[in-house]
Design a protein. Structure first.
Length: 301
């Protein structure tokens, strides 16, 4: 059975963008051309590729098989191009990284090594919550993810794991800063807590701890900004809950202190370095992955 890869591309873009017209605008062709090419692809394959609705395109089982083929095909193309460039000594390319805000200092420290070795390879760093990080990796929108917490996922390959307990992070003048022993979870929930929404790993760990301890945190401030959480804590407006490495500089300069919390879920939280299971990374992303695994302070053994 033979089929046309350009038609597969049209089908992929129409599915990704949610419709024929959006794909036509993106590819700069007419909607009728997109529709015709997808119909011809279905004829070639002898399969219906999507359920036809007025406002959306939902792939069938056969359609998802074709979409997975296209993603693998594009990844293999990227790998071939990168390796050819490497052979020619060009050392060019692009790497996509997704992570949370608390990892940035450690990430930048390690990425300096990569930049010195490969000054012509560019990369982008997108800041997201845990759910969006995992989504970006499994849909191949990014090569490398650094996620503070994730449930086991067969679509993810974990390259490095580091146990990073969560601490109560408070200003030096905060009453908790005088605690000489780890505080209990029940003591923690009495404080004004500055925390992210449920799409973030820290909040997911706290949710599991709440269930286990049978008490609930009522957020004083909820935000999707790591910087906001840290600044409010420094100002003494409340307590945030983070791994110690994410506020290393603030602890060193004395503006924040980290108070241990005696709770199993918080004590056993983990940071993961992940890629998409089965995705063959090009030489550039693979080299950066290796450098991050071996040089990020948060992954130091």
């Amino acid at each position: 059975m033979d089929f046309n890869d350009q038609r597969v591309e049209y089908f992929f873009e129409a599915t990704r963008l949610g419709g024929i017209r959006a794909a036509a605008d993106h590819l700069d062709v007419s909607p009728s051309a997109i529709s015709r090419q997808i119909s011809q692809l279905e004829d070639e394959l002898g399969a219906v590729l999507f359920e036809r609705h007025r406002r959306s395109m939902i792939p069938t089982l056969e359609g998802n098989i074709v979409l997975e083929y296209y993603k693998r095909h594009k990844t293999e193309q990227e790998t071939v191009i990168t390796r050819l460039q490497e052979v020619k000594g060009i050392h060019r390319g692009h790497v996509g990284i997704v992570t949370g805000g608390g990892v940035i200092d450690d990430l930048l420290e390690a990425s300096k090594i990569f930049s010195k070795q490969y000054p012509n390879i560019t990369y982008n760093i997108d800041i997201h919550g845990t759910n969006d990080i995992v989504s970006a990796i499994v849909t191949d929108k990014a090569h490398i993810g650094i996620v503070f917490y994730s449930m086991p996922n067969p679509q993810l390959r974990v390259h490095r794991t580091s146990v990073q307990p969560l601490y109560a992070i408070a200003a030096r003048g905060h009453p908790l800063a005088n605690e000489k022993q780890p505080i209990s979870f029940a003591r923690l929930v009495q404080e004004k807590i500055i925390m992210p929404d449920i799409s973030f790993g820290v909040r997911q760990i706290l949710r599991d701890a709440e269930k286990k301890e049978r008490c609930e945190i009522s957020p004083y401030i909820q935000t999707n900004s790591f910087a906001v959480m840290v600044e409010f804590a420094i100002a003494g407006e409340g307590v945030t809950i983070q791994p110690k490495f994410s506020v290393r500089k603030e602890i060193e300069n004395g503006s924040l202190v980290a108070i241990p919390i005696q709770q199993q879920n918080l004590e056993q939280a983990e940071l993961h370095l992940i890629t998409h299971q089965g995705r063959q990374l090009g030489i550039g992303p693979a080299r950066l992955l290796d450098i991050l695994a071996n040089n990020m302070p948060a992954f130091a053994i």
